[in-house]
Write a protein that binds this ligand. Structure first.
Ligand SMILES: [Zn+2]
Length: 388
């Protein structure tokens, strides 16, 4: 009975994509991992004669010169074909032709982007809740980033809080490739409900709440994906190493060595350097007189240089314990002109969206709200259906 109702409701919501994953590839295909030193001739010797192998190898070289064999690549051996899987969506297929010859073709499979609905409930933390419903930590991080100025994920979450996410997923031949964009999300925290809707206003885009106010700010609230505050901003504290009272103009986040550190805001790299006190550190200059500092790094993102420009959220380095540090942590600082600001009290400005169309945005809110309201029915779908 509920199935009938579900069908009726789904027919009314055309934007919801119901899909069945079609498993492609023949069932009798044998998978092989290309080893170091393997040659195409060696891999094909069981399938084709010596002269055929030579001709195929020659043809592959002339037709697809850049698609060479690499150790770790997957090969699929069928009964009358051999495929070299270059990437999830690309393969070189060598097949026997009806006349007994061999054909070499480079095949590119289309990528399907499907809009899916995901929901979960907090039992311990956001990461575990997202993983429990079969999704990855990457999705949890994206969700946390969207709501970072609304929800303090270290303090605000309680057991029973819940979330819904409308997210694009990319598939090739029925295989999950990765996430696309989060289009909308709802987070029910015991204190209140938060919404995020992705919307493009002219050439600028971002996430907005249900009233159309942007959720993003010029700065990230916290420049790393996870970390625990171990020391706060103060004019005087007892330094753990020097044993002297000194100001601490930053916030310390303890995190494992190697945790990525992101640029809090877009800007230029002023310093990528080392001092005995700071260890490896980075200083960025942003617009309107703001500078940010990232101290005690283990290492840098090697693609950035002093003078280069970084975007908000771009990885600039990795958490370490270099310089005067008792443990692995990031010391994050913000300076406005000559004054140090407390990063925990700092509320960055929202970007301005000049071409925001209220009517169009209302339609976006309506469309995704409808999808998220269907979440309860999808939950039913995950239980085994009892057949009469
Ligand atoms: Zn510190």
């Amino acid at each position: 009975m509920w199935r009938k109702n579900l069908n009726r409701i789904l027919n009314g919501a055309s934007a919801i994509v119901i899909f069945i994953l079609l498993l492609t590839g023949s069932a009798d295909a044998e998978r092989y991992v290309v080893q170091k030193g393997d040659t195409l001739s060696y891999l094909l010797q069981d399938y084709f004669t010596f002269s055929e192998v030579n001709r195929i190898a020659q043809e592959r070289k002339t037709k697809h010169p850049s698609e060479g064999l690499k150790a770790g690549m997957l090969a699929e051996k069928g009964s009358d074909s051999f495929a070299l899987l270059l990437s999830p969506d690309k393969e070189v297929k060598i097949s026997r032709t009806p006349l007994g010859g061999a054909d070499v073709a480079l095949i590119t499979y289309p990528t399907d982007t499907l809009t899916t609905l995901i929901q979960g409930e907090i039992t311990s933390n956001l990461f575990n809740a997202v993983i429990k419903v079969g999704e990855s930590a990457e999705l949890a991080q994206s969700l946390a980033q969207i709501f970072e100025w609304e929800i303090d994920f270290l303090k605000d979450l309680r057991r029973g809080d819940s979330f819904k996410i409308v997210v694009e997923k990319r598939f090739v031949r029925g295989k999950f490739l990765g996430y696309g964009r989060i289009l909308a999300a709802e987070f029910d925290v015991h204190k209140g409900r938060h919404y995020a809707f992705w919307y493009k206003a002219g050439s600028k885009y971002g996430y907005f709440n249900e009233s159309g106010n942007p959720l993003e700010r010029g700065f990230l609230r916290v420049p790393l994906p996870y970390g625990k505050i171990t020391s706060r901003f103060t004019d005087s504290r007892l330094h753990p190493i020097t044993q002297k009272y000194q100001p601490h103009y930053g916030v310390d986040y303890a995190a494992p060595i190697g945790t990525p550190v992101m640029a809090a805001a877009s800007g230029a790299v002023v310093k990528k350097s080392f001092t005995e006190r700071n260890g490896y550190y980075i200083e960025l200059r942003h617009s309107n007189g703001y500078h940010t500092f990232y101290l005690h790094l283990n290492g840098f993102n090697n693609s950035i240089k002093e003078g280069s420009y970084v975007k908000q959220g771009q990885v600039v380095g990795y958490v370490g314990k270099t310089g005067m540090a008792t443990g692995a942590h990031l010391d994050y600082r913000i300076r406005y002109k000559d004054k140090w600001l407390n990063p925990l009290n700092f509320i960055a400005e929202s970007p301005v969206f000049e071409q925001f169309d209220k009517k169009e945005f209302a339609l976006t809110v309506d469309r995704y709200s409808k999808m998220m309201n269907l979440a309860a029915l999808f939950a039913l779908n995950t239980r085994p259906t009892i057949l009469p």
